[in-house]
Design a protein around this ligand. Structure first.
Ligand SMILES: [Zn+2]
Length: 117
């Protein structure tokens, strides 16, 4: 009977030790979980920043593309100059280029203007 009580006491002590270990593991898990949540937060912040930067760089690139398009507008400017020349009364068609229209509309000029537009 005495022996049984001793065994019982030892079993309870063992359980106590195991519970202590489990409690320690639980604490470790809690710490790990906290670190994971922090890491997760840090990563989503970084992701947010990178996304913003990507958007800015994409916008910048689009700006550059727009500027290249503006160089293409030089052709449009040439068209405007020709249209003005025609308005001022000169032929811009390759048939009579540079000669005065004498106040008459020229079909070739108008066709050229429409084509160049
Ligand atoms: Zn003409």
């Amino acid at each position: 009977m005495n022996m049984n009580k001793k065994e019982l006491f030892e079993q309870v002590s063992d359980m106590e030790a195991q519970i202590g270990q489990l409690y320690e593991q639980l604490g470790d898990l809690k710490t790990n979980l906290g670190e994971m949540l922090e890491e997760n937060h840090r990563l989503s912040l970084e992701n947010h920043h990178l996304r913003n930067r990507l958007e800015k760089e994409t916008a910048l690139e689009q700006n550059l593309t727009t500027k290249q398009d503006e160089q293409g507008d030089a052709i449009g400017e040439g068209y405007d100059n020709l249209a003005r020349l025609y308005e001022e009364g000169f032929h811009i068609c390759n048939v009579h280029f540079g000669s005065p229209r004498k106040g008459e509309d020229c079909l070739f000029c108008l066709m050229f203007l429409n084509k160049a537009k």
